[in-house]
Design a protein around this ligand. Structure first.
Ligand code: ATP
Length: 379
């Protein structure tokens, strides 16, 4: 097992006369045994980053360090890294056993009976021991994915690289495999980089997540840090479903002024925001409260536009009168609320975020205080 470090990693593709900077000066250290999820929208450079680490793509500049080796120039098969792709890339003419043995036989001098034993042990771990003599076409998507994972595990590599390995599975199987994969990675303790565009996978699987946009690293932190303390507006909007509400506003001493409403700032936030001109006010849907009547400057009259009942909760789209601005709130699923109803929405001051309107950088994040964090009651 080993630590993996990307140091100022950059990849520039030549597209005719144009240069495409796919990965732009990305630096991140992944601890030995850590599960790092790399997440971001399509085209942000996730796969290119992973492919450079695997050795499938050359590095334009920067360094990749695995343990105490710089591996930039090493051939992929010598890097001691196993990769799992979205397309399972199993050899169709080989049985499961042959698919799993192939890499070991090619890259090591391991005796046949040891290869057999390792393949059978791994197949047991993945719950596919009964499928060893089948070919890939005789397997379901979930079984093929297990074989693809098993083929990576059997090599006992220093690092796993996974590129959207679950995205071909249906929602239920995906969520089951998510848990299984997480448990397996923890048991095996192999340093893992996992690429996805799915923020649920990022939030639930990673020890830490690295968020990329336009080839640039936006933040590397635990999922909850990214959620509560986003480095910028991009991260705030990317993490969380439904997304954080954003309102473009102007800072005037002691308050924010926007098209839909004015928001008085408490002294501490005022201090953090002072000096900015254009800002963006952010509030997560679950932090919006629907209250009986207006009581202060953070309560606003709104009209219910659409209610989406999810069972456990409702997603409620609220409109400020005379503007096209919408505020999304999540409420308890048992709350009765109907379209066109006039209600009062509270945007609590202790839950707001403020971002610089030009750079997107967070000027103020909500602080999660210990009293808000509940524990499970014990006897
Ligand atoms: P997705 O989630 O859609 O797979 P991604 O985040 O993995 O996206 P990459 O595949 O890493 O994104 O691509 C990053 C950028 O580099 C994109 O703008 C893409 O068009 C560009 N790119 C990737 N490969 C090449 C190539 N061989 N030649 C030119 N440009 C490329």
């Amino acid at each position: 097992m080993a630590e993996l470090e990307l140091d100022a990693l950059t990849k520039v593709f030549q597209d005719g006369d144009d240069e495409v900077v796919a990965v732009d000066d990305v630096s991140v250290e992944i601890d030995d045994g850590e599960f790092l999820v790399v997440v971001g929208p399509s085209g942000c450079g996730k796969s290119t980053t992973l492919r450079m680490v695997a050795g499938l793509e050359s590095v334009t500049s920067g360094r990749i360090r695995l343990g105490d080796r710089i591996i930039n120039e090493e051939r992929p098969q010598n890097r001691d890294i196993a990769m799992v792709f979205q397309s399972y890339a199993l050899y169709p003419h080989m049985t499961v056993r042959e698919n799993m043995s192939f890499g070991l036989e090619e890259s090591t001098e391991m005796p046949d009976d040891e290869v057999r034993e390792r393949v059978e042990d791994t197949a047991g771990l993945m719950g596919i021991e009964g499928l060893l003599d089948r070919r890939p076409t005789e397997l379901s998507g979930g079984q093929q994915q297990r074989v693809a994972l098993g083929r990576a595990i059997v090599r006992d590599p220093e690092v796993f690289l996974m590129d959207e390995p679950l995205s071909n599975l249906d929602a239920k199987l995906r969520s089951q495999m998510r848990t299984e994969l997480q448990r397996l990675q923890e048991d095996l303790g192999v340093t893992t980089m996992y690429v996805t565009h799915d923020q649920t996978e990022a939030m639930t699987m990673g020890d830490r997540i690295a968020i990329l946009d336009g080839g640039r690293l936006q933040q590397v932190a635990t999922p909850l840090e990214c959620y509560h303390e986003p480095a910028n507006q991009f991260v705030a909007g990317f993490v969380g479903e439904p997304s954080m509400n954003f309102f473009e506003m102007r800072y005037e001493e002691g308050r924010l002024v926007g098209d839909a409403f004015e928001y008085p700032l408490p002294a501490e936030i005022d201090e953090a925001v002072a000096g900015a001109t254009d800002v963006v006010l952010g509030i997560r849907p679950e932090a919006v409260e629907l209250v009986g009547e207006r009581d202060g400057g953070h309560d606003f009259p709104v009209v219910v536009d659409v209610v989406e009942p999810m069972g456990n909760e409702n997603t409620v789209y609220l409109e400020f009168e005379d503007t096209a601005e919408t505020l999304v709130a999540t409420t308890d699923g048992m709350l009765r609320i109907t379209e066109d109803e006039r209600v009062t929405a509270r945007i609590p001051e202790d839950a707001i975020h403020v971002f610089d309107g030009t750079t997107g950088e967070a000027l103020h994040n909500r602080t999660v205080v210990d009293e808000e964090v509940a524990s499970v009651p014990t006897e």
